[in-house]
Design a protein around this ligand. Sequence first.
Ligand SMILES: Cc1cc2nc3c(=O)[nH]c(=O)nc-3n(C[C@H](O)[C@H](O)[C@H](O)COP(=O)(O)OP(=O)(O)OC[C@H]3O[C@@H](n4cnc5c(N)ncnc54)[C@H](O)[C@@H]3O)c2cc1C
Length: 391
Amino acid sequence: MDFHDSTEQAEWRKEVRSFVHEQRPETEADGGPPQYRERRPSEAFKDWRNKLAAKGWIAPAWPKEYGGAGLGVMEQFIMNEEFAEARVMGGGGMGTSMIGPTIIIHGNEEQKKEHLGAILRGEVQWCQGYSEPGSGSDLASLQTRAVRDGDDWVINGQKIWTSGAHNADWMFMLARTDPDAPKHRGITYFLLDMKSPGVTVRPLINLANGHMFNEVFFEDVRVPNRNVLGEVNRGWYLGTTTLDFERSSIGNAVGQRQSLEYYFKYIRDHKDSGPLVDTPAVKSEFADRWIEAAVAKTLSYVVVTIQAEGRVPNHEASIAKLFNTELSQRIARTAMKMLGTNGQLIDPKTAPMHGRAPQSYMQTVSSTIAGGTSEVQRNIVATRGLGLPRA
Ligand SMILES: Cc1cc2nc3c(=O)[nH]c(=O)nc-3n(C[C@H](O)[C@H](O)[C@H](O)COP(=O)(O)OP(=O)(O)OC[C@H]3O[C@@H](n4cnc5c(N)ncnc54)[C@H](O)[C@@H]3O)c2cc1C
């Protein structure tokens, strides 16, 4: 692993950095990770997004012919690192990171024409309909049924934890089309218009009092056969499709360090504001967190190095995800400890750091569940990394 940029990479980093410096939308420069700070007016965001789109940087991994930039993983990594350092977001979302690449590889011409341009122009929002009340880690056990009826499929069932379904125009979803086949082989991948009659979205409010995810119910929802992606009953295998995506979590690793810098500034500026703020115990914990943030960044470098060598990171990506998400919880706990009972104040107008520590304490709970739980990641490390037998 080489921590230094090659000459070409240094040039590329300079190009990205100066573009961000000149074109970035205005943000609150408070020193934390992007999710706390990107309260941009939507017009400014659209403007930023358009500038990214013009360079193909909305979907840097997509081939140029589909409006991407055709970048390699190392270039993507540098771009993601620079965006995170400048605390700006890339313009993509599930459209560019998940469903777009799946359509590029498995979609027919009609599907590409209908969806790819709309994703790049930011005209449509997508949500992911995979998890169900009884199927999360064991996703292949999903029970939502799709039955063929003439030119349509009729869908009945329920999805849960569907992030952004309340704002989504389309859902990419999995449904069981052959209940008699082995569980991985009877699932089909559908593109579903969220305005279809019979779709009901109900909000789920999380413990931080935020509305991010939802339950989605399907009652005799008709989906035209042309909205089947890939082959019927082969949907399971489409779900894992990626282009040459950078999977290092470098944005998270940079964000952890920025969070710590924010808390350190608070300690320096508020030494006398609470009994615990400036104590050796708290400072020693923060020192551990600082070292761990450096480890998180190194784990990102491990993942991207494997990818740059043309190999597929497997348990290494699980280690980076596991370490990063558990670190985000430890950082939030240390910040809460620093504030003592003041850590219970959450009103942005009156609480220390605008309530950032308790917000973070609650919000980071979900990070070790979303995208595969810590236990599942540990299973991957144990079986694929250490070669231990399955339990
Ligand atoms: C913030 C957030 C956003 C999400 N967004 C979406 C979305 O947009 N679309 C979507 O489809 N889903 C989404 N999910 C759902 C997410 O994918 C699931 O929550 C996750 O896969 C876990 O599934 P589950 O909740 O059913 O828990 P379960 O799988 O029931 O797990 C319960 C507990 O058992 C443990 N466990 C399960 N299996 C094993 C095993 N084999 N070995 C050891 N322990 C095990 C788990 O680690 C966990 O602690 C989101 C979740 C969160 C938290």
